[in-house]
Design a protein around this ligand. Sequence first.
Ligand code: NZQ
Ligand code: ZN
Length: 395
Amino acid sequence: MDNFNFHVTTDIRFGKDRLAELPEVMNQFGKNVLLVYGGGSIKKIGLYDKVMEQLTANGNRVFELAGVEPNPRVETVRKGVEICRKENIDVLLAVGGGSTIDCAKVVAAATLYEGDAWDMVLQRRKLNGPALPLVTILTLAATGSEMNSGAVISNLSTNQKLGVGSPSMLPKVSFLDPTNTFSVNKYQTAAGSADIFSHLIENYFKRTEGTDVQDSVSEGLMRSVIKNCPLALKYPEDYDARANLMWASTLALNGLTGNGKTGSWSCHPIEHELSAFYDITHGVGLAILTPRWMEYALNDETVAKFAQFAWNVWDVEEKVPMMAARIGIQKTYDYFKACDIPMTLPEVGINEEKFAIMAQQAVDHNAIKTAAYVPMDVKDVEGILEACLTESSFV
Ligand code: NZQ
Ligand code: ZN
C-alpha cells in the first residue's frame, strides 16, 4: 500500500427531514447565497420551495444560477462567476446531481481566480487556489461529487471534457436525503449506479499491491450497488435502496477506496471523450465501456485480480481463474443490460466516425499510456471502442 493523506472534511448530514438544519449551516458562511441548480427537477419535486422557505426565513439574500446542463458547460460557469463577483456572494448552495455540484465547485474557485474559468480548468489537478465555500443538497446518487474535491467541466466548442480539482473545492457540508432521489427516473438511476460501480472498479483495478482494506471495502460497495439498483428501479420509493445507493455513491469516490493506490483510471478517460463529442450520459458510457475494457485488460498478469472480482463480487463458482474472470466480466455486462442500459455505442448515437480522434484525446488528456492498470495507446483505445459497436459475449 502506498502512503496517503485522508482528510475529507465534508460535514455529511445524512437522512430525511433534515432541511431545518440549513439556516444553521448557511450562517457559518454568510448571508449572500448563490443557489445553483439544473433544468428544473428540484422544482418538480418541491425541493426548491422548501429550500427557499428556509433561506428566506433565515434572511439570506439569494441569487440563482439555474439551468446547469448534464455535462456542465464552461459558459454556465462563467455566468455564475459573474453573479458571484457582482453580488458579493459568500457561499454557494448546489441543489442537484453531480453536474450541478461540479458547476458550483468550479464557479466557487473561478470567482477567486484572476483569469478565465476555462484557463483555470486547464490547470487540472495542479490547481491549488482558494474557492468560495460550497454547501450541497444531493438529488442523484452517482458521482461522489458531494464529498470530493473534483469537478468535470465541458467545453463543447473545443470538444473537451476535463476533470479539475483543488482541496478548496471540497463541499463544506452536504445534505444527503435519500427521499430527494425517489423521483430519479429509471435511466438516470441505472446510469448513476453504473457510475458508482465504475468508480469502484477504477480504484479496484490498480497496480499497487497489498491493499486488502481498500479492495474489501470496494467489493462490499459493489455488492451493495448490485443489490440495491434493481430494487430502486423496481420500487423507486424504497428508502433503504435509495439510501444505500446514495451512501455508496459518496464512499466510492471520497478517497476511501482509492487512496493508498496509484495509477491512472482506465474507463473514465475514454468516457469523457464520448461525452465531449456526443454529450451522452456519463454512467451509460461507462457501462458500455467497462466490460469491453475488462476483456482488453484480462491477461496472464491480471487474471488473479479479475478472478478475485468474479469470486468476491459476483459469487462465481468456477474455480479456474481465467474462466472465472470471464464469467465475472459476462455478469458485469449482463447486469448493466438487465438494468436496461443500452449496451452498444450505436444505441446512444455513436459510430466509428470519431473513434480515432477520441482515442487520441483520451491518451493526450490522461496518463493511460503509462499509468493505467494495463497501459493503453491510441490503437488499444480504438480497439475497445470498436468492441462497443455490437453486443458482446465474454465466455
Ligand atoms: O437538471 P435537472 O432538472 O436537475 O435534471 C437532472 C439531469 O437531467 C436529473 N435529476 C437529478 N436529480 C433528479 C433528477 N431528476 C429527477 N429527480 C431528481 N431527484 O438527472 C439528470 C442528470 O443529472 P446530472 O447531475 O448530470 O447527473 P450525475 O449526478 O450523474 O452527474 C454527471 C456529471 O458528473 C460528472 C460526469 O462526468 C457528468 O458531467 N462526474 C463528476 C465526478 C466528480 N465530481 O467527482 C466524477 C464522475 O466520474 C463524473 O465524471
Ligand atoms: Zn464517473
